[in-house]
Ligand binder design. Sequence first.
Ligand SMILES: Cc1ncc(COP(=O)(O)O)c(C=O)c1O
Length: 482
Amino acid sequence: MDTGRRLRAGALLRLFGNWKPGRRDIASSIQGHITQLVCDGRLPFGTHLPSERDLARELGVSRTTVAAVYDRLRASGHVETRQGAGSCVARGPADTSEVATPWYPVGTHAEIDLTQAALPAPTELFADLLARAAPAASRYGEGHGYYLYGLPELRAAIARRYTDRGVPTTASQILITTGAQNALALSLAATLRPGSRVLVEHPTYPNALAAIRRFGGNCVPVDLEPAGWDCERWREAVREARPDLIYCVPECHNPTGLTMPEDCRARLVDIARLAGAALVVDETLTDLTLDEPSPAPLSRFAREGMLLLSIGSLSKVFWGGLRVGWMRGPEAFIARAAAVKATLDMATPVLEQILACYVLAELDAIVAPRRAQLRANRAALMDILATSMPSWQTATPTGGISAWVRLSAPVATRLSEVSRKCGVVITPGPLFGIDGSFEDYIRLPLTLTNEMLPEAMRRLVHAWATVRDTRAVEPPTLVATV
Ligand SMILES: Cc1ncc(COP(=O)(O)O)c(C=O)c1O
């Protein structure tokens, strides 16, 4: 069907973001971008695509390449072509990524695991806090134990933290969840409909992409520049995609470590408000800024009538095994999300929540040494990368637990396969993107101390040499890791 909407080649190129013809498989890259635009609704059904000649000229590629792309899009059902009428967006398959592939730790003890951007619990303090929490736990045992919204004292403690950060909050605006992931899932379950469009930073946290898809959303990527968020680009993306929801990680972004500057915050909230889109702000890593204090939370800029949800947890500041997180939002929405939670897990475990109260009371004392440790690990990683991998580019992350490393060739998936054979497991860039983007990136965690880092790098360097030089090379001898 031709709806009459004609897209010029220049307009299509703008929708590609900062696309540039790479050295490899240009046709797949163009095909991937167009498929994404069709699936996320920015190229609606019936849109008339540019001619092969115009698009080839605009993209700076050969006409044969564009012809091959259109052939493939016809074969996949995303585009249809009529004699004399050119090519239009077909109904095609909606979002083909219906089966979401979430990320979860995969390392074994024989390997050095660089896939987990999470620190172990602070051992001594952990035992101490457990001992302090035990009497309260047995007192709770006398009651029924079902707290759909969470323990009142934990809700109050989290509300106080928001108030202290300049966002007046009552306990009734807090829902305790089983980690930030649960808070995200509840936000999505209570807001999305099948086919809803969700704007996401690109790259972004893989399990957010998987959750959005699982709840029927189509992810619309907005490129995160090496310098950070480009508000104009967000404004354009909102105009084009008309999203139902925007998901962002404004502090210590996973995987880049970037933090959104102060001036962009009010603008992004305003963009969401004007578009009538819900804004989900993931603050899981907020307390881990490494150089400067966190700027004012996005919720400071929320206005009457908009839906802004903040989600967070104790996973990154204390321990991922303590499955305690939260959602902050308008009271009426908190009730809606709680109703969804009742159908899923009834409530977050009480013992975890009691421990969380004690953790929160000590949070500042817990976070300070963690930041110091992360700064030291970051310095060690940057040093070793500069000496052993000078062809890779890494901007020093200003927060969080990971570095986003640009390889000198788009071989991240192959590198991750070969690395595993060499005894080190890494996360390839495409996991953080849509449609195979970021094949020239890997994420490395800031978790390794000077003790393990040289051995991890030795294995990675070896894997890199193997990938660059396809001759079979014996893997290095493994050393035991814990
Ligand atoms: C940005 C972001 N959000 C949410 C989560 C999930 O956190 P939790 O373990 O509290 O569910 C993570 C975990 O890595 C994360 O990086």
